[in-house]
Design a protein around this ligand. Structure first.
Ligand SMILES: *Cc1c(COP(=O)(O)O)cnc(C)c1O
Length: 354
């Protein structure tokens, strides 16, 4: 059983609805349940893992009798940064986010609005921003008498324990207390996948429930590692699903591929984009392509092909992981750019049925 921070602190994430979607169920040909993590305070499931990391650190420093103030540090212009600042501000702690100088002003503004104490733009890429954070900003905080704490986005036990709470909720929320046949999630660094696997063990679904781990082509570091039979670092990220853009997954995620019930899948950017615009049309929910790629599995016979055995009574939970880097303009542009390719791919999936 993992630890869940400090029981005295309120949790900086919320219990989200599990919505059985008639429209997506019709499209998929089986029962589709959407776990609505887009409703987390930070706009993505990362509120759970990063929230639990903040709680766990706070509990630890309280237990060892630290009196110096805690100061949390994250280098992310994306959902991890948003989750870090929203969790720390909800719990009353200071936070600094370092982002590359190329980061749009609207994102810097969003980090501030969501509670960042300080946003520093430094260096051409996230690598330089992260180095600056660790080598300059954190030592400075230490010199000021604070306790600097690094918020890692996915490779940490506390992150996985936080994400695992999602499965405990699903376990309570499934109708008639039945287990789903499969859970679908997106994979960047693999923190969500690792957390779901931990949660499945906790509720006794360790081997009976299939776990479908989805990436986009061009951000497929888990799939490439699976193909190579070892953990590999891919040469770069070429996908529009930037929140999945981690060149090397965590060891824990790679190790999970050895399990019979874990499957790694790759779809194209056009499919990730299609998942976004169809979810907007069918459920009036707007998410990033990083999330759309999981939703895409509900459309055009994809589940029929990847979930075996398949029939209309199968119950599939799709983690709607959310994400803030999306707008109506971006959706419109994705549709113009990818609709034709999405139609071609839909025809290919349908052609595989027989
Ligand atoms: C971070 C993120 C992911 C990937 O999560 P990992 O734990 O890095 O695998 C997927 N979708 C969204 C919206 C994210 O923010």
């Amino acid at each position: 059983m993992g630890s869940l921070g400090d029981a005295n602190n309120k949790k900086p994430w919320v219990e989200t609805p599990l919505h059985e979607s008639p429209t997506l169920s019709r499209a998929a040909g089986c029962r589709i349940f959407l776990k609505l993590e887009n409703l987390q305070p930070s706009g993505s499931f990362k509120s759970r893992g990063i929230g639990n990391l903040v709680l766990t650190e706070a509990a630890y420093h309280k237990a060892i009798g630290s009196t110096r103030p805690l100061h949390f540090f994250a280098s992310s212009a994306g959902n991890a940064g948003l989750a870090a600042v929203s969790a720390t501000s909800a719990l009353g702690y200071t936070s600094t986010v370092v982002v590359p100088t190329t980061t749009e002003e609207s994102i810097v503004e969003k980090l501030k609005v969501n509670g960042a104490s300080e946003v520093i733009a430094h260096g051409p890429t996230l690598l330089e921003a992260d180095l600056y954070l660790k080598e300059v900003a954190m030592p400075r905080a230490e010199a000021r008498g604070e306790i600097p704490i690094y918020v890692s986005p996915f490779d940490n036990e506390a992150i996985w324990d936080g994400a695992a709470t999602m499965v405990e909720e699903i376990h309570r929320q499934m109708p008639d207390g039945e287990a789903p046949d499969a859970i679908v999630c997106s994979v960047g660094g693999g923190g969500l996948l690792a957390g779901l696997a931990n949660g499945m063990e906790r509720v006794g679904w360790g081997s009976e429930v299939q776990l479908l781990a989805v990436e986009t082509k061009g951000a497929d570091s888990l799939y490439q590692s699976w193909q190579a039979g070892q953990l590999v670092t891919i040469s770069g990220i070429t996908s529009i699903a930037t929140s999945l853009g981690v060149v090397r997954v965590c060891q824990r995620a790679f190790d999970l591929l050895a399990r019979k019930n874990v499957t790694s899948l790759v779809l194209e950017d056009a499919e990730a984009a299609m998942g976004c615009w169809r979810l907007a049309d069918d459920e009036r929910i707007i998410v990033e392509p990083a999330c759309g790629v999981s939703v895409a599995l509900a459309y055009d016979d994809r589940l029929r092909q990847v979930l075996r055995p398949f029939d209309k009574n199968k119950k599939v939970v799709i983690v709607v992981c959310g994400g803030s880097k999306i707008s109506v303009d971006a959706l419109v542009q994705y549709k113009a750019q990818y609709a034709e390719r999405a139609r071609e791919l839909a025809a290919q999936w349908a052609g595989m049925s027989g």
